[in-house]
Structure formats: C-alpha cells, structure tokens
Ligand binder design. Sequence first.
Ligand code: SAM
Length: 249
Amino acid sequence: MGPKKWMKKVQGETRMAEFFKKFKELDIFGVKHNTNKSSRWRKPDGAMEDKMTLLDRYEFFLREKRTKVPFTLLELGAGPDHNIGASMRCWKEYFKDTSNLHVADINTNVAKLQAEGFKTHVGDLGDVGFLQQLAAMPWDFVLDDASHLWHHQIIGFRRLFPAVKPGGIYILEDLCTSFGHFRPVYNMSLDQKDTVFYLLAMTRVVASTNLTDNENIRSVYNLTDTDIALGRTIDMMAWIGNACIIVKK
Ligand SMILES: C[S@@+](CC[C@H](N)C(=O)[O-])C[C@H]1O[C@@H](n2cnc3c(N)ncnc32)[C@H](O)[C@@H]1O
C-alpha cells in the first residue's frame, strides 16, 4: 500500500480519526484557504490532493483559545509566493481576536501580508538574534512550519518555547524530515541529532518523575542543562503524524 492510500486508511478507519472527526471547523477553513495542513489542497502543479489533516488535532488543543483575548499567535513560515499566507488566513477565520497574528519568513514578500492585518517579520530562522527578537513577545501559540531543517527546528524551540505563555501551545510540523529520506538538504552529518531524537529526549524529561533520571537523559541524548530546564516547563507532548504538539506548564 502506497503512502497516500495508507494515510487515507489511517484517517478513515482508526478510532483516533473517529474521535477527532468532530473537530472539523479549522479544517474547513484550511481547505478554503488552501493550506497543506488541511485534508484537501491544491498542489503547486494545480492537482488536488486529499490527505490526512492535521487541523482536527490542532483544533482539539486550540479550541479553548478561540475566544481568548488577547490571543497571540506566531507562525514560522508564510508559504511560497504562489500560496503565501494560506495558513494565516485559516487562523484569521478561526480565532476571534485576530489583532496579534504574526508570521515570520526569510522571504521579504511576507510583508505583503500586512495588508490583510497580519504582523510580519522578515528574517532567517537560523539566526539566533532574529529568534530572540521574536521571543520578546509572549505567545499563546507558536507553530514551526518553516525550513524544516533539524537545527532550525531545534534552535527555534530552544529560543521560542520560553516565550510561550503558561498553558500555551508550540507545534513543530514536518518532523518527517528527521528521517533524511526527502532531500539531501535534510541529511545532516551523523554527529547531528535530528529533531525527533531531540524531542524524544524532551519526552523522557517530561515522563521522568525523579530528578536523577535527568543525568541519564542528559548523557544519552547529549542535552544541556538548559534543555533539561526547558523540558521541565513542558506540561504534555502529543505526537500526531509528523507533527508534535507541546503544551507549556
Ligand atoms: C512550508 S512553507 C510554509 C507554509 C505555510 N505555513 C502554510 O501552511 O501555508 C515554508 C516557508 O518557510 C520559509 N523559510 C524557509 N527557510 C527559512 C528560514 N531559514 N528562515 C525563515 N523562513 C524560512 C519559506 O520561505 C516558506 O515560505
């Protein structure tokens, strides 16, 4: 069975999919605005693709923030020029307070989204100085859907998770790049730890109940003291397809 058929089977037949079916509003907006997080989108070649949506799972976590005022959102990655702002429009339609919807991208065209009321930031998400600027604001929701490079995903989390408010949500998408089978750009040298490896270490910090466990986790996974302290601020982690949803304590 090919990956597409497998995804359809998973979406259509598992109990998880049944459970999440009731959270469909965000996906409706996702399809409308053509983000590839949704169940159906038009690909760059013009063909329609049906796929497993991430938005029903996101809605499960985000729905109680829907009426939160003020509500601050930061998405890393606005999308390519032919589809720029797709997911931002989806958030705008879903959340009530849309005055603080921010998006960061290396592409200067992101600034055009200001005309639709979005706050835009131009910069390289591999640049710690840029990440620090973004971390100056407290966030209810941060979504990393930018380069999908391991070191960007990891330093983004290290710098921005501390800026997430208590009870806030951080999502990393496209963790499939951790397995190196997409493009050579995602195949790092062997001494680099991929993002799933890093998040598994964080999962161990979250799951451990006693502080001496930290020593083992630190040495096996090469975590720093700062990583351990960061892990201790995580309330829960949920792995969903190729995304990880992280809730702050
Ligand atoms: C997958 S697209 C984002 C799609 C969008 N979030 C959506 O769902 O509609 C990835 C974006 O990341 C941006 N990007 C790639 N490398 C980056 C970097 N180093 N810093 C900032 N943005 C980057 C690209 O310009 C592109 O717009």
